[in-house]
Design a protein around this ligand. Structure first.
Ligand code: FAD
Length: 361
């Protein structure tokens, strides 16, 4: 096989979005993943306005919109009482809603679109080593039929938080782990809030529960405590639990997103708390920026652009998380006063809504 323009390691949402965008812009691309199948887990459930805009030229947005649930309202509660409702449709944007769709479904749409372009994800194929030369990268792959080598003009590491590409390049992943054990549950339940709005339940003791509808009869509950379901409002009756998990969250960013002909995107370059639902969206944005710079011949500026944007979003998610989990005290009272009396003002909502939707101008 001859030289490929870009070899992508990792066929999560970021690698596949990158492959589609590179192909759309005329590059030859291969994409490998060590797993035999796509994730079946719902993991990231919110697609934001920025992503919908980025994926429009490839025709993906239309398919995502047809599959997901449009959410235009976010309710905040404090100790069981309503605090404020945010109307996301106050944002001056065509996509003035969050599109709720389980990651497994998003990945299914991406992989089908890739296949239509004649690009097949090479599964059960692990990148085990790579060596860099002046005008190419040689990648050793271990696949179903043994070991082989691929030669690529550039390599995009979309290989998740433990990225072997990042480690092979010796790029530090700076940051720290949050101390809490988080939990999530996808459930069908009877409760007063329906299946069309997101809810954030804040508690005086700093515990928080966030809920997002992920299907017409299903919500994702997520909390920075080890039992999200224990924080459901009183009177809620869980009918069926589809998935439950606990996990730890870190705030880390790669110090550089590129070294020579190798590049990083997505969780390989940054991880942060689920507050704000930015993780997958930021990664897809990296991948689209990579493809656009690859076509324009401006990859030298990739780190400068992506590291600055990543640092800003990591800081936003960290701030949102800290404000949401404030313990009793002056800061908590001040937050609640602002939520109750300032946030309802329409002019303020017009400013907050774009931030929640990830609209960057
Ligand atoms: C339990 C859980 C809940 C989450 N909830 C949310 C949420 O609510 N909101 C949100 O925004 N995000 C959430 N996330 C994070 C979100 O899933 C990630 O941000 C997203 O998957 C990142 O996509 P990615 O393509 O960068 O990496 P990944 O999805 O991790 O994909 C990386 C791929 O690389 C492959 N790979 C790795 N190493 C190699 C190798 N050497 N050779 C070949 N292939 C390799 C892996 O098999 C994998 O398929 C959650 C994650 C978890 C685990």
């Amino acid at each position: 096989m001859g030289m490929t323009d870009v070899l992508i390691v990792g066929a999560g949402p970021v690698g596949m979005a990158g492959a589609i965008e590179l192909h759309r812009r005329g590059a030859s691309v291969r994409i490998v993943d060590r797993e035999g199948a796509r994730t079946k887990l719902s993991k990231a459930v919110g697609i934001n306005s920025q992503t919908l805009e980025l994926l429009e030229p490839s025709g993906l947005t239309e398919r995502l919109l047809a599959a997901g649930i449009r959410i235009a309202r976010a309710n905040l509660h404090f100790d069981g009482k309503p605090l404020v409702t945010l109307n996301l449709d106050r944002a001056d944007h065509r996509f003035n809603f969050i599109l709720a769709l389980p990651q497994s479904a998003t990945e299914g749409i991406l992989e089908a679109a890739l296949a239509e372009r004649g690009v097949t994800v090479e599964r059960e194929t692990e990148m085990v080593a790579f060596s860099r030369h002046a005008d190419s990268v040689t990648v050793s792959l271990r696949g179903p039929s043994g070991e082989g080598e691929a030669i690529a003009g550039r390599v995009l590491g979309a290989d998740g938080p433990r990225s072997a590409i990042r480690q092979g390049l010796g790029i530090p992943f700076t940051g720290a782990r949050y101390e809490e054990t988080w939990s999530l549950a996808d459930v069908t339940l009877d409760w007063p809030y329906g299946y069309r709005e997101v809810n954030l339940f804040l508690h005086a003791n700093g515990a928080l529960l966030f809920t997002v509808p992920i299907a017409p009869d299903r919500i994702r509950a997520i909390s920075q405590t080890d039992n999200a379901l224990a924080l459901l409002p009183s009177g809620s009756v869980v009918r069926e639990t589809h998935w439950q998990s606990t996990f730890h969250v870190a705030l880390r960013q790669a110090e550089r997103y590129q070294d020579g002909r190798c590049f990083l995107a997505g969780d390989a370059a940054h991880v942060h708390s689920p507050a704000g639902g930015r993780g997958m969206n930021l990664g897809i944005w990296d991948a689209c920026a990579f493809a656009s710079r690859h076509a324009a011949g401006t990859l030298d500026g990739y780190t400068a652009e992506r590291h600055a944007i990543g640092a800003r979003i990591l800081a936003i998610t960290d701030r949102m998380f800290r404000v949401a989990r404030l313990k009793p005290g002056i800061a908590q009272s001040a937050r609640n006063l602002v939520m109750r009396h300032v946030v309802p003002i329409p002019a303020i909502q017009r400013r907050i809504a774009p931030q929640l939707l990830g609209i960057e101008r």
